[in-house]
Design a protein around this ligand. Structure first.
Ligand code: NIG
Ligand code: FE
Length: 393
């Protein structure tokens, strides 16, 4: 069994068992000790995991899992040399997904998200953050966040909502003018409905400047939404510094972050969220985790599921974090569990397996957590428990 302790260290226990009572972990430890206190014969569910590894459920802390339409042709064009920014500048990319989401009815949006959640759950995700940002107008942003809330109500996976009205500048609009709309119209409407916990912004050359992003995040903060930043993804612009200055929960992507950025983020207690699937699907250089790891930062690893990075699989993100970014299997696994929970401000111990933490765990069809990245390209997850209930497998 691989458990993550409070300090974020991964510990493995051989011949171990876990007991979950009323949705929370009641005991983790040697099989004899646990089963003498909690008799498996009297349990509602008893799983024999002999020869298999048990790990905490994955916490996917950065996704755009709610969308409509298809961008497979853009993927093919990128392989032939077209860049992400060229596609966006031509009205494709995010803007194309915006058109599809605006045309979709609310039930179809919900159905799409539920389907994504089913897939994520089958790959071991028990908590996921989902961003809006394919509406770019008040009505559609609220429709997206409404679907996120309904999905959270209906699906076993816990779904955490982030408002991202500042995901792209709508076609034909001026960026400053659109920031005014986000601040004056979208944010107050989102806050009034209480449908988001975080506010994120795509701080990037050709999208939102540092100053525009700051306006959005500070306004979000005034409405009770905690900031997050898409920072230093394609160029180095200053989004990481901004994240530190506004006290963001996380700064995400960080492909072009500098040592100074790492220092500022660590000093401000901002969680660095690395998204190796994005670099993989763009054919870009991976983010460097070392400036963060060397400073003791809780580096999180997430999928970034979106139509440009079409993977629901946390095991695949873990494999890429190891092979592409040089993280150890233990670092990547902690990044995909406990540190993901920190990136979304969950302080109930989810992403670890300790007495009192939520009973969210995966049984792997593999003998150790190292097999998650080692046996890449297949699904290592055999069964998933959410709050102690068997929800997959
Ligand atoms: O995190 N970079 C901005 N947002 C997403 C991509 C969204 C899209 O292309 O639809 C990301 O990679
Ligand atoms: Fe993103």
């Amino acid at each position: 069994m691989a458990v993550v302790d409070e300090s974020g260290a991964l510990r493995t226990h051989e011949d171990a068992a876990v007991a979950v009572v009323d949705g929370a972990v009641a005991a983790v430890g040697p099989t004899d000790a646990v089963t003498s206190e909690y008799d498996p014969a009297e349990a509602d569910v008893a799983l024999d995991a002999r020869g298999k590894a048990v790990i905490p459920g994955f916490v996917d802390s950065h996704t755009h899992a709610l969308f409509a339409g298809d961008r497979a042709d853009e993927f093919a064009a990128k392989l032939r040399g077209k860049t992400y920014q060229e596609i966006l500048a031509e009205g494709g990319g995010i803007l194309r997904t915006v058109r599809a989401v605006r045309e979709a009815d609310p039930d179809a949006l919900l159905a799409n998200l539920l389907q994504q959640l089913d897939t994520m759950l089958s790959y071991g995700t028990t908590t996921v953050e989902v961003k809006s940002g394919y509406g770019l107008d008040t009505e559609t942003e609220l429709a997206m966040l409404g679907a996120v809330r309904r999905a959270d109500d209906q699906h076993p996976v816990d779904v955490v909502a982030t408002f991202m009205g500042a995901h792209a500048v709508p076609e034909g609009r001026d960026a400053d003018d659109y920031v005014d709309e986000v601040v004056e119209e979208q944010l107050p409407a989102v806050a009034k409905q209480g449908v988001a916990e975080f506010c994120d912004v795509f701080c990037e050359e050709g999208v939102f400047s540092v100053e525009g992003s700051r306006r959005v995040l500070e306004a979000g903060r005034e409405h009770g939404l905690t900031p997050k930043v898409h920072a230093e993804e394609f160029v180095h612009l200053g989004g990481a510094r901004l994240a530190a200055e506004v006290g963001a929960a996380s700064a995400d992507h960080l492909l072009h972050a500098t040592d100074e950025d790492a220092e500022a983020l660590v000093d401000a207690g901002v969680v660095p969220v690395l998204l190796p699937g994005t670099a993989f699907s763009l054919g870009a250089d991976y983010a460097d985790p070392d400036p963060f790891l060397d400073r003791g930062a809780p580096v999180a690893v997430a999928t970034d599921l979106n139509p440009n990075c079409y993977s629901q699989s946390m095991p695949f993100a873990v494999a890429l974090a190891c092979v592409g970014m040089g993280m150890t299997p233990a670092e990547a696994l902690v990044g995909a569990t406990r540190n993901g929970a920190l990136a979304i401000d969950r302080d109930d111990g989810r992403g670890t397996l300790r007495q009192g933490t939520p009973g969210d765990l995966c049984v792997l069809d593999a003998p150790s957590h190292v097999h998650v990245p080692y046996n890449f390209g297949v699904n290592p997850v055999e069964a998933v428990l959410k709050d102690g209930r068997l929800v997959h497998g």
